[in-house]
Design a protein around this ligand. Structure first.
Ligand SMILES: [Zn+2]
Length: 678
């Protein structure tokens, strides 16, 4: 598949209402002048709720790791952010940045009580000069995260104190000297503050807030220039020029910093009104795709940017931060490309780097991942235990930061529009309750097994007839999508946004069908990956689970584990199929989505119900059958699958039927396959 990076939205007016153009009174806070208006308006936390399998996925988190981590991990149990004497840097705020959206998205009282335990302390930690947080904390970086926490908390609860603490902190930043050194996390990540800054300006409309953001933009590392010149390209990888250090230069090649920073030019675009910043976002995305692209929507970094070989890894923090960046960028810029990529990450890279029970995660995931073990690999800077599915392999940042992935994704699935309608930006089972039209509350329920299936049904609930537009995104990969509503049938083009205008009444529905044709992507060494809808498909490999010996303390607490996984079946297959018509040589088999949506046969999972680990015996929601041929000599190299032999591979080897499952369900996998030619 080819990516076309076009920073423009094509809006098709499919139904002309014939009414006079009126300026609608905004129902949600919008960007005040002089800011450039955002494409879409984020709804307050709690407006969007998960349904179907996605609700199960968030419940796994609530009843599992997120809902229990603060009970046994010392860094949270004794956190300085909770008024104790322990860890007082980023871990408490990171955890809350996931716990709060999870608690309020699920409306889960047990989790809300946990939130209160932290917030009671944080809300009372504000000092006269505006600084807040643990007494010993002098670094601005954890306060950047904590500000996002307070923003989410305010949206969910309306607690005025949260707004006051944020306002005080921004006053502090305004009144004190810039302190954003390039060689420190707080410096390279300084513009993370702008997320909260613009949110605050929407509410207070006070010019000093924009002065504060301008000062941060002008006194911190210039990511816009970085994306335009992009020093860490493929040549830098092959020539060994990527700075593998933790100094100023190394921090610009750091995968998580890159995943966060891609939104910074987009944030500043709102205030600068200069297209250079908008364009830098798309130039940056192109550079990631060209030089570091990996299957599953991610770019590599283990933990410095590390090129396109499918043996290289991506740190989990980079997955959740890239998702959050795309959520913000889609809201500001509205380009479909951003939402397409967000779905790739959420539905492939995120579940692929956790076990289906949510209890364990990897530091680094790989596209061709055939051995999960403590062993040396070709990582740029990470340690030997980085691809273990464990509690805190390599370093505990991901353990603290991973919780935001699913709940923030749900939070951003639907957005408000400037003509007082609603936009379905990314798809999945969910419901949205929001104000539309002249202020009527409606609920739209989205029923679907997406991303496993392409049929989506939207059902509208309203107490009275109400006129408002519904916008639907048509992904770039979806040709000939059909929409049926009010007796009409519309064929939509790939990469457009469809506007459905009309007067809606209770019980109205919209049916959207996105055809899930099999597609291929050309990848490393002329290999290919197979896609269907937003999902990548990987070879299903037999798995043997065993206990990994880790460098850190073990916890005997519910599902906390450290898994080593070895392959019990061969994985060295090339694909034998008709590249021109990939759908012809492939059989798609569908299975029910289970209570562990991303589990596959042979996975070992923590069952909360049985209070023990069980071996899962049900199929992944989709299994694809295709012909494969073994490639003798393709084996391990430095404990990863060697790079796929350059294709096409000429072979008269025996053809066998092989099975592919979604990347997110495959804890061992081949995703970049050599192509076999007879
Ligand atoms: Zn991390």
């Amino acid at each position: 598949m080819k990516y076309t990076v076009i920073p423009s939205i094509i809006i098709t007016l499919l139904v002309l209402t014939g009414c006079k153009k009126t300026v609608e009174r905004p129902l949600y806070p919008v960007n005040p002048k002089p800011l450039v208006q955002e494409a879409y308006i984020k709804l307050p936390l709690g407006s969007v709720r998960p349904g179907g399998w996605l609700e199960d996925q968030l419940e796994i988190q609530a009843s599992g790791l997120t809902g229990h981590l603060d009970e046994f991990w010392e860094d949270l149990v004794h956190s300085g952010w909770k008024g104790k004497g322990g860890e007082s840097w980023e871990r408490g705020p990171y955890y809350l940045d996931g716990l709060i959206p999870l608690a309020y998205t699920l409306n889960n009282n047990r989790l809300k009580l946990k939130v209160d335990e932290w917030m009671d302390i944080i809300l009372n930690s504000s000092r006269p000069d505006g600084w807040f947080g643990p007494e010993t904390t002098t670094d601005r970086w954890p306060l950047a995260v904590a500000s996002k926490v307070l923003m989410e908390y305010y949206e969910a609860t309306g607690n005025q104190k949260a707004l006051d603490v944020i306002t005080g902190y921004f006053r502090y930043l305004h009144d004190n000297e810039p302190d954003w050194p390039d060689k420190e996390w707080r410096g390279v990540r300084a513009m993370e503050h702008a997320v909260v800054g613009y949110w605050l300006y929407k509410r207070l409309k006070e010019p000093w807030i924009l002065e504060t953001i301008e000062s941060i933009q002008k006194n911190s590392f210039d990511w816009t220039e970085y994306y335009c010149t992009f020093p860490w390209d493929s040549t830098a990888v092959t020539e060994g020029l990527i700075p593998h250090n933790w100094q100023a230069e190394g921090l610009t090649a750091h995968v998580v910093n890159n995943a966060m920073a891609i939104k910074y030019p987009g944030l500043w675009y709102q205030q600068s009104n200069d297209d250079r910043y908008r364009e830098a976002v798309f130039t940056g995305l192109e550079n990631y795709i060209k030089h570091h692209d990996q299957a599953a929507g991610r770019f590599s970094g283990d933990e410095h940017l590390s090129g396109k070989s499918p043996a290289q890894g991506t740190e989990m923090c980079a997955v959740v931060e890239y998702m959050y960046s795309l959520e913000k960028l889609f809201s500001i810029l509205g380009d479909i490309l951003l939402a397409d990529r967000l779905e790739y990450l959420a539905y492939n890279a995120l579940p692929g780097t956790m076990t289906a029970d949510g209890w364990t995660h990897q530091y680094d995931q790989q596209s061709n991942q055939v051995l999960v073990s403590v062993a040396e690999r070709n990582w740029s800077t990470n340690r030997d235990e980085s691809n273990i599915y464990g509690l805190m392999p390599n370093y505990p940042c991901c353990l603290a930061n991973m919780h935001q992935g699913w709940p923030k994704f749900v939070e951003h699935m639907w957005m408000a529009t400037h003509d007082n309608g609603l936009m379905a930006g990314v798809y999945g089972p969910s419901s949205v309750k929001a104000l539309v039209g002249k202020g009527t509350v409606v609920k739209i329920t989205e029923e679907t097994d997406y991303p496993f299936e392409g049929n989506i049904m939207f059902k509208i609930e309203t107490v009275k007839k109400v006129k408002f537009p519904v916008y639907l995104r048509i992904p770039f990969w979806s040709e000939e999508s059909t929409i049926e509503y009010k007796g009409e049938k519309i064929i939509a083009k790939a990469g457009e946004i469809v506007k459905l205008s009309g007067k809606w009444e209770n019980g109205d529905s919209i049916s959207l069908n996105l055809p899930f044709n099999i597609r291929t992507e050309r990848r490393y060494n002329n290999s290919i990956s197979i896609l269907r809808g937003p999902l990548y498909y990987s070879l299903r490999i037999g798995k043997e689970y065993s206990n990994a010996e880790m460098s850190y303390k073990k916890y005997d607490y519910l599902g906390a584990m450290d898994w080593q996984i070895t392959a019990s079946t061969d994985w060295n297959y090339g694909l034998l199929f008709d590249e021109e018509n990939p759908g012809e040589s492939i059989i798609v088999e569908k299975h029910p989505v289970t209570e562990y949506p991303f589990a596959d046969k042979g996975d070992v999972l923590w069952s909360g119900e049985n209070e023990q680990h069980i071996t899962w015996d049900k199929d992944a929601p989709v299994v694809i059958r295709v012909q494969g041929v073994k490639i003798p000599g393709w084996g391990l190299e430095n404990n990863s699958a060697a790079n796929p032999p350059p294709g096409p591979v000429i072979s008269d080897g025996e053809a066998e039927e092989i099975e592919l499952v979604p990347y997110g369900c495959a804890k061992l996998r081949i995703t970049e396959f050599p192509v076999i030619k007879r």
